[in-house]
Design a protein around this ligand. Structure first.
Ligand SMILES: Nc1ncnc2c1ncn2[C@@H]1O[C@H](COP(=O)(O)OP(=O)(O)OP(=O)(O)O)[C@@H](O)[C@H]1O
Ligand SMILES: Nc1ccn([C@@H]2O[C@H](COP(=O)(O)O)[C@@H](O)[C@H]2O)c(=O)n1
Length: 204
């Protein structure tokens, strides 16, 4: 039996952290769909046309640690605004969502476009300054020299582009439950997500 959990939200809102913990708790597989766009963005920076990169994308490309950089994130968000690039990545995501045993996908359009019939939908948000603080701490932990101001600007530009593109813009699905993690610990946010999914599984 399949059970799909769709987790969307703006950049660095904590959706990946929640998605990984939820997948581990329920024994579901997890797909960070941002990595698909980051892998395309990475290749764009190397001069490969975005659509060519999307059509030739293979899962091994998703393990590249350089995909986490701010430069790749911006390139990913530009690639993600091209409808043909998004279309090339749809089948893989939909097949993942409906695999046996349960799946958690996090991204921007999972509950609205990729899996509108997902059994559980969450929209994870947090105040921009808090997201920037958290992402900044994460990047500094990996040795990057970044300021909160530049991280905040990076998130702002990406969110704006992601929310205003005509195709599959970032927005909450009508039936998504919004989780604002601004004043929540990771443990509390994960517990709330698990609680919601438990209730929805009991009904499914
Ligand atoms: N509730 C929380 N309290 C404190 N830190 C958090 C919380 N949730 C997430 N974080 C931290 O914030 C950072 C961003 O979280 P995460 O990577 O899960 O966000 P994301 O929405 O998946 O980001 P992206 O859009 O870049 O994929 C991480 O360092 C994570 O550990
Ligand atoms: N379902 C998705 C997921 C991601 N994107 C775009 O990719 C960029 C990077 O995503 P992260 O989750 O790793 O931050 C993001 O800014 C979006 O432009 C998307 O469009 N749809």
């Amino acid at each position: 039996m399949s059970f799909a959990v769709a987790i969307d939200g703006p950049a660095a809102s904590g959706k990946g952290t929640i998605a990984r913990a939820v997948a581990a708790h329920f024994g579901f597989l997890h797909l960070d769909t941002g990595l698909l766009y980051r892998a395309v963005g990475r290749q764009m920076l190397d001069g490969v046309p975005a659509l060519e990169a999307a059509e030739a994308l293979t899962p091994d490309r998703l393990n590249d640690p350089s995909l986490r950089s701010a430069e790749v994130a911006q390139a990913a968000s530009k690639a993600a605004a091209i409808p043909a690039v998004r279309a090339a990545l749809v089948d893989f995501q939909r097949a993942f969502a409906r695999r046996e045993g349960g799946a958690v996908l996090d991204g921007r359009d999972i509950g609205t476009v990729i899996c509108p019939d997902a059994e559980a939908k969450l929209f994870v948000i947090a105040a921009p300054e808090i997201r920037a603080q958290r992402r900044c701490a994460e990047l500094r932990g990996k040795g990057a020299e970044v300021s909160e101001a530049e991280v905040l600007e990076d998130l702002r530009v990406r969110d704006e582009r992601d929310m205003t593109r005509p195709d599959a813009p970032l927005k909450a699905a009508r039936d998504a439950v919004t989780l604002d993690t601004t004043d929540m610990s990771i443990e509390d946010a994960v517990a709330q997500a698990i609680n919601l999914i438990d209730r929805l599984r009991a009904k499914a």
